[in-house]
Design a binder for this molecule. Structure first.
Ligand SMILES: [Zn+2]
Length: 78
């Protein structure tokens, strides 16, 4: 789903940052990472890894995840 160009809105004061994700995407993922596993070119394991890194960093641990999730077979095929 591509967002349709809608540039003819009247110029007005920018509201506070609104975190919006495309339909069917993760609002939390887009708010925190700027992307989610539903974005083109992304996979679930990548988002999982990103959340784990973030959580470990927030707990002041090594940013390395406790266990790296393995990419799917589709991802390794290129
Ligand atoms: Zn997304």
């Amino acid at each position: 789903m591509c967002d349709t160009a809608d540039d003819d809105k009247p110029a007005r004061e920018e509201p506070p940052t609104v975190h919006v994700a495309p339909p069917g995407h993760s609002r939390a993922g887009h708010r925190v990472h700027g992307w989610c596993s539903r974005c083109p070119g992304r996979e679930v394991w990548e988002e999982l890894l990103a959340w784990r890194l973030r959580e470990n960093e927030s707990a002041d641990e090594s940013p390395a995840p406790d266990r790296a999730p393995a990419p799917s077979r589709e991802a390794t095929r290129g």
